[in-house]
Design a protein around this ligand. Sequence first.
Ligand SMILES: Cc1ncc(COP(=O)(O)O)c(C=O)c1O
Length: 342
Amino acid sequence: MNYIDLRSDTITRPSAGMRKAIAEAEVGDDVFREDPTLNELQEYAAGLLGKEAALFVPSGVMGNQLCLNILTKPGDEIICEYDAHIFNYESGSPATLSGITLHPLKGNYGELDPQIVESVIHPSYAYYMTKSRVIAVENTHNRAGGTVISLENIRQLKAVAVKNGLSFHLDGARLWNASVASGISVKEYASCFDTVSVCLSKGLGAPVGSIIAGSKELMQEAFRKRKAWGGGMRQAGILGAAGLYALKNNIERLKEDHEKARILAEVINSVPNAEIDMKAVQTNILLFKPLNMTVQETISKAKELGVLFSPGKVDSVRAITHLDVSFEEVTLAAKVLERMFG
Ligand SMILES: Cc1ncc(COP(=O)(O)O)c(C=O)c1O
């Protein structure tokens, strides 16, 4: 059966154009920093993000964890949102890779309250307390439903970080979506942070890879650490070509994915047996609550009808739109939702 796959935007496959770019990529040994395509990708991404330097890494998790590692010492603490990816979905690696702990705080649609953040920062004289070292933000916020973190909120949090001598990290796996939805450039968002991690392999459609960016000094340290963690790659320009193609061709089109998510959200909002918080519908992620069946029953029933969803947080179902699901398929998925919850 040909499913309409709304489980994640990570399921996207390289397009014909991207495959051509991969096939034609010039390559070299990236451990010697001699891969011309990867070097071009890193320079291009650093320019897009307005940072001195950028580094290609195999995944978003490695991107986040490298950044947290180079900003901290063992025993330090990261302040983050309770539903953050770094807290929930990175296999406890802050502890295992860096010896650091996370201090999660409940946010509002993914946004941290700057006053609450400031109130939990441990004073520097208190040598017996965990050292608060980094504030981390996620934009868009996956588990909050793809919500966009406002620039105002980010600037307030940055002010708290600067005032208290903390570093500021952005998990921008879907920063592209935030930028397209808000009209604020990724550069403007990134300018607030010491380190930024962005994904190429989600809505942008590349098969592998993320980029981290920051100062030359921090990225040099990340380059060393990436090798130490087994992430040194050889002819990685094969992947770099896909990343460059994604950055040059697939950012603006994300607005279509947001339109598709809105079409589905409006259907869910109109049926009696499902609930959705329309305020959280801002980009390509939807979380909805089935009222006439459980989350697992919903996922199984939808599968029988040709649509794939995944479980969301607590008692919700998650749907994510992306470049491999057409408007026509979205219309079909909407009909399935009407049938299940109407
Ligand atoms: C917000 C966020 N950060 C980081 C990641 C990790 O990315 P990867 O799966 O490439 O390791 C994800 C993946 O879904 C994510 O949603």
